[in-house]
Write a protein that binds this ligand. Structure first.
Ligand code: HEC
Ligand code: HEC
Length: 159
């Protein structure tokens, strides 16, 4: 009799655990997924990358939208290496090279560390340019945006 009670309670605990597990993992069709504006992706599948956007050869720079925005890149950057050994961007945009290359030189903020000290070379936190700057392309915005800059702080008012 005693054995029977123990067995029954163990059995019901097991059923309870199994059903809790089933509820927690109730996800028909997959072990989990990510829902994003670029489309849904299942964790166990690698979603094919979106096709690369075409960077036009003849583009003028798009206006910045807000103060402090990293300006967009108005030229292609295909095969521009940014690694431990080389930084192609700096071969045109560093203060040394900018005059010769005709590129805009990186602003002094790119030499500041996080304590606002000015370093003698590009700050490590600004070394990987494409972390902040991306080439401009003719792409459809993912969501509608009604953002309007304050008139007095329009980044391009002095352009
Ligand atoms: C061969 C020289 C060259 C290289 C390499 C180069 N750029 Fe440029 N970049 C330019 C020139 C020249 C301009 C000025 C606009 C133009 O004529 O396209 C420019 C413009 C820009 C601008 C716009 C600046 C502004 O406010 O007007 C950004 C941002 C930029 N480049 C970032 C980059 C990044 C990031 C890389 C590396 C991935 C890079 N560039 C590599 C020559 C270069
Ligand atoms: C952490 C983000 C970040 C990284 C990394 C970064 N930048 Fe910038 N960049 C900015 C921001 C923000 C601005 C605009 C405000 C400013 O000048 O700080 C800017 C401005 C610029 C400008 C325009 C300067 C001007 O006077 O108008 C150029 C050119 C540029 N960056 C090139 C580069 C290059 C080349 C690299 C890589 C060596 C780089 N940036 C790395 C954030 C970044």
């Amino acid at each position: 009799m005693k054995h029977k009670i123990i067995f029954t309670s163990l059995f019901s605990t097991a059923i309870l655990m199994a059903s809790t597990w089933a509820t927690a993992n109730d996800n028909p069709g997959g072990i989990g997924g990510v829902h994003s504006l670029r489309g849904d992706a299942e964790l166990e599948q690698t979603r094919p990358a979106d096709p690369l956007k075409k960077v036009s050869r003849q583009v003028s720079k798009l206006d910045n939208n807000f103060v402090g925005q990293p300006p967009m890149i108005p030229h292609h950057i295909r095969n521009y290496e940014i690694s431990m050994n080389a930084n192609k961007c700096l071969s045109c945009h560093s203060w040394k090279q900018a005059k010769e290359s005709g590129a805009v030189k990186i602003s002094v903020t790119h030499y500041q560390n996080r304590s606002d000290q000015i370093l003698s070379d590009v700050s490590p936190r600004r070394y990987f340019c494409v972390q902040c700057h991306v080439p401009q392309v003719d792409a459809k915005p993912l969501i509608k945006n009604d953002f309007k800059e304050v008139e007095s702080l329009r980044p391009n008012s002095n352009d």
